[in-house]
Ligand binder design. Structure first.
Ligand code: SAH
Length: 285
């Protein structure tokens, strides 16, 4: 007999980058039977409104550190444990894929610590969504033999010697959480003599109806893109493959400044029963 005969289960699932149809069938199946869904900010509202079982509790637990309105990780961990120990089926729904630039490790450690059963369901990560919807094959033959997923959300995550390597490699570089620090990314690569045939793309709100792609030669960044405020979320792709966008792009740029994903601050001020629950946990933390 287990210590918790009524223990439920936690499903850690990726929701994909935006387009609700990029959700996997497996994630959909669990959403249709879950009692509780703890959802990140970068999860499409359509997924929550149309795919989750009617009557299930949906709790937004978004993080947006730069806006200072985030659900602390400890509160998310507490909610996972609390609901699972009540015997509930909990889906922890994350944007994109669960393992790419997410706090899944904290959640796994918490689940292990409390002996809560779990499953992990992958999702389409933003890099792959953006690549597909912008017509930029990330490892196109003759252009790149590898791709690297990186971030430069603060300056100490990339060392001087690694910038040198990133400027020299022919691998495609994809930067997550780095559109606000893009000036620094470009400065570090140009300082290390990145080649002239490397292009840069910023894909705003990839895979959503509001997707907008900006491209420039990296050495002309200062003239073309510097100082521009990109809409969150945005992804940066750098490499020879970006040139293929012009030929293979199949979507018209949105041009709208509207946001597909609501800012966390908004989620927290729309007080519904469920957001209140998340707020209670925030204030307890
Ligand atoms: N786990 C997520 C990434 C979370 S980090 C995944 O696998 O995609 C958040 C960053 O992902 C954002 O700052 C942005 O760089 C990127 N991102 C997520 N969704 C995006 C989208 N629809 N369009 C562009 N970038 C996106």
């Amino acid at each position: 007999m287990s210590n918790h005969p009524t223990t439920g289960k936690v499903i850690l699932a990726g929701a994909g980058p935006g387009d609700p149809e990029l959700l996997t069938l497996k994630a959909l199946r669990y959403l249709q039977s879950a009692d509780v869904v703890l959802a990140d900010r970068l999860v499409s509202e359509t997924v929550l409104k149309e795919y989750v079982k009617p009557g299930a509790e949906i709790i937004p637990v978004g993080k947006q550190c730069r806006r200072g309105a985030s659900t602390p990780q400890s509160s998310i961990n507490e909610l996972l444990v609390e609901y699972a120990l009540q015997g509930k089926l909990v889906v922890r729904l994350k944007g994109g894929d669960v393992s790419i630039f997410s706090n899944i490790l904290d959640e796994l450690l918490t689940l292990k610590e409390h002996a809560i059963p779990y499953e992990i369901i992958p999702g389409v990560t933003a890099a792959l969504g953006a690549a597909a919807y912008a017509g930029i094959p990330l490892t196109a033959r003759g252009h790149a033999t590898a791709v690297r997923f990186l971030t430069y959300y603060k300056s100490d995550v990339v060392t001087e010697s690694y910038w040198k390597e990133l400027a020299a490699t022919d691998d495609t570089l994809v930067f997550y959480m780095s559109s606000e620090t893009l000036d620094g990314v470009v400065a570090n690569l140009t300082k290390n003599n990145i080649a002239d045939n490397k292009l840069l793309a910023v894909v705003e709100q990839a895979t959503t109806p509001l997707q907008h792609v900006h491209t420039t030669n990296i050495h002309e960044y200062a003239t073309n893109l510097k100082g521009r405020e990109f809409i969150s979320p945005s992804l940066v792709i750098i490499g020879k493959v970006v040139a293929l966008h012009e030929q293979f792009n199949w979507l018209i740029n949105s041009g709208s400044r509207e946001q597909y994903f609501k800012p966390v601050a908004k989620l927290f001020t729309t007080v519904t029963e469920t957001t209140q629950k998340a707020n209670e946990h925030v204030s307890r933390a």
